[in-house]
Design a protein around this ligand. Structure first.
Ligand SMILES: NC(=O)c1ccc[n+]([C@@H]2O[C@H](COP(=O)([O-])OP(=O)(O)OC[C@H]3O[C@@H](n4cnc5c(N)ncnc54)[C@H](O)[C@@H]3O)[C@@H](O)[C@H]2O)c1
Length: 329
């Protein structure tokens, strides 16, 4: 029997990170370490619940630590020789980054550099970085391809993700840390972050509260179901053909905001009360992933169309979120 491999998932108590930990533990063959600081960007109790679901597994180890804290990370890397780091810890969200650009920079840039440095010092060979479609800025050409320029971010969050990718490239080039930067396109599914549109809208529609729609509802997003994202991340953990790649992970279908709300209305069985608001600075008008590179390099093959994915999301929302609220209405 082959030895279990050691993997570090930063942000492993978060939305995407906790799904990755689920997958790795279910698969077997992995000892999974998680670094997460359980900050209050959204209710930390949600992250604690996700971490608690893994805690009983002897192959799981939780380090409550901040990626900005180099000494704390040194301790984590000192205890385990990692075969791979999947770096998902970040301050996420575009709009809050306009209010707290320094916090975003310290977490997403310095925090990423701390991890790359430790990967270099400790000889970690594989580093998967959770980047974002936001690096494309207000790209007018669709679908967004990895060959398109990413020098025009329009939010501090996007700029920090582009900077993270540049640091990854530098460490791959100088020190042989293989880096795969995955540009996630709006991810949704069970345990989705409460600040993201699908979850936020579901909450408001189900309570009969007004849904703030920024702009005229024609903004478009490529929404990616979390299981598809996890399949892409999993393939990136194994990727070994080149030292550095940036790769889109999307569904490669773009959905208008109004269309998304209609799908939620249908699944929730309730009409949305729309509250029109001016467009928000930092928001891009559209995202749309060209996923031919992911298909070619990672064998990525997303399977969940938005209609099916919203159905699954609402089923989770109805059984989990509503029952916690003590209502099934
Ligand atoms: N969800 C999406 O649609 C989406 C899209 C593009 C990119 N991403 C990226 O994917 C990654 C995961 O996103 P998510 O939606 O799961 O967000 P999330 O906020 O649920 O998860 C991030 C986790 O990182 C932790 N974290 C944040 N700062 C930390 C720090 N200083 N030290 C240690 N832990 C820290 C948080 O506590 C959280 O548990 C992020 O890097 C995000 O930028 C997400």
């Amino acid at each position: 029997m082959s030895e279990a491999k050691n993997i570090l998932v930063t942000g492993g108590a978060g939305f995407i990170g906790s799904h990755l930990v689920d997958r790795l533990l279910a698969e077997g063959g992995w000892r999974v370490s998680v670094v997460d600081d359980f900050n209050d960007f959204y209710d930390p109790a949600l992250k604690r619940r996700s971490a608690a679901a893994h805690a009983a597994d002897v192959r799981y180890r939780l380090h409550e630590a901040d990626i900005r804290d180099r000494a704390a990370l040194e301790k984590v890397f000192g205890e385990t020789g990692f075969d791979c780091v999947v770096h998902l810890a970040a301050r996420a969200g575009v709009r809050p980054s306009l209010r707290e650009p320094l916090l975003y920079c310290e977490t997403n840039v310095t925090g990423t550099l701390n991890l790359l440095e430790l990967a270099r010092v400790r000889g970690v060979r594989q580093f998967v970085f959770g980047s974002s479609s936001s690096v494309y800025g207000a790209n007018a050409k669709v679908p967004f391809s990895e060959d398109d320029p990413v020098r025009h971010p329009i939010s501090p969050y996007a700029a920090t993700k582009a900077a993270g990718e540049l640091l990854c490239h530098t460490y791959a080039h100088l020190y042989g840390v293989r880096c795969v930067c995955l540009r996630f396109f709006t991810v949704y599914g069970a345990r989705q972050r409460p600040d993201l549109a699908i979850r936020k809208f579901a909450e408001l529609i189900s309570r009969g509260a007004p849904v703030p729609v920024f702009g005229d509802g024609t903004t478009r997003r490529d929404y990616t179901y979390v299981d598809d994202i996890i399949a892409g991340v999993r393939a990136a953990v194994e990727y070994d053909a080149t030292m550095f790649e940036a790769i889109n992970l999307g569904e490669s279908r773009t959905v208008e905001l109004g269309e998304l709300i209609a799908l939620l209305e249908k699944e929730l069985g309730r009409e949305a009360i729309i509250d029109r608001q001016p467009p928000q600075p930092g928001d891009v008008p559209q995202t749309f992933a060209d996923i031919s590179k992911a298909r070619r390099l990672l064998g990525y093959d997303p399977r969940t169309q938005i209609e099916e994915g919203i159905g699954k999301f609402v089923a989770w929302f109805n059984t989990t979120v509503k029952s916690e609220r003590g209502t099934t209405k």
